[in-house]
Design a protein around this ligand. Structure first.
Ligand code: ADP
Ligand code: ZN
Length: 204
């Protein structure tokens, strides 16, 4: 099954995709993670990418598609795309590349998103994501240090949300027209949302 997780920054798509990965062995591809990996492994390209994402803008379609294509080689049948596509052109390219089964649209109010992102901390070592509201420590369970992403500041969060509304929101209609859209509200825990999605997908 090939799924796309669609939703605003901070809607929880990455966290829920990780649950699919752990419990159901899905291959989870986050283009945000691919870009952050490219930043730490490639000096020249990295500096340019860092500028773009720390300002809350989108990385060029060409670069994201290249990173995605490389990563797709490692994945076979069960796949979740998290953070891709993020605009109409990417959605059209993706349709030429693979056949998507369903698009899970995680609808979350902006107030909740903002609060979550400001409190979000990521492990430098393993990438696990925490929220300060429920996890009151600077150390991950793996011993790694928890850090705040540079783009998780109130000003940049607002910018990312505007970019989302302009570039990514039209994809809701795009996939609705294809009859592939499943909408889920994400105001409960990630685990509950995971279960709701499974029910909607009719995965037993
Ligand atoms: P979030 O969903 O919390 O904003 P991500 O980790 O998905 O975080 O993305 C972080 C940043 O990486 C984005 O703000 C954007 O700059 C870049 N990015 C991720 N995916 C894409 C994409 N498909 N196209 C362009 N830029 C992307
Ligand atoms: Zn860790």
């Amino acid at each position: 099954m090939i799924l796309v997780f669609l939703g605003a920054p901070g809607c929880g798509k990455g966290t829920i995709a990780k649950i699919f990965e752990e419990k159901l062995n899905f291959c989870h591809i986050s283009t945000g993670d691919l870009i952050r990996n490219a930043i730490s492994s490639n000096k020249e390209l990295g500096e340019m990418l860092k500028q773009i994402i720390s300002n809350g803008n989108l990385v060029s379609d060409e670069i994201v598609l290249k990173l995605l294509n490389e990563k797709l080689k490692d994945c076979s049948s069960n796949l979740i795309l998290d953070g891709f596509p993020r605009n109409l052109l990417q959605a059209q390219k993706l349709d030429e590349m693979i056949k998507i089964d369903k698009v899970v649209y995680i609808d979350t109010p902006y107030d909740i998103i903002k609060e979550r992102l400001v409190g979000r901390r990521t492990c430098e070592n393993c990438g696990k994501v925490y929220n300060l509201d429920i996890y009151n420590s600077n150390t991950c369970s793996c011993g790694g240090k928890l850090v705040q992403r540079e783009d998780d500041t109130p000003h940049i969060i607002e910018k990312r949300f505007k970019v989302y509304e302009k570039e990514t929101m039209p994809l809701v209609q795009y996939y609705q027209n294809q009859g592939k859209l499943l909408k889920v509200e994400s105001n409960s825990s990630s685990n509950d949302t995971f279960k709701n999605i499974l029910n909607m997908l009719e995965v037993k």
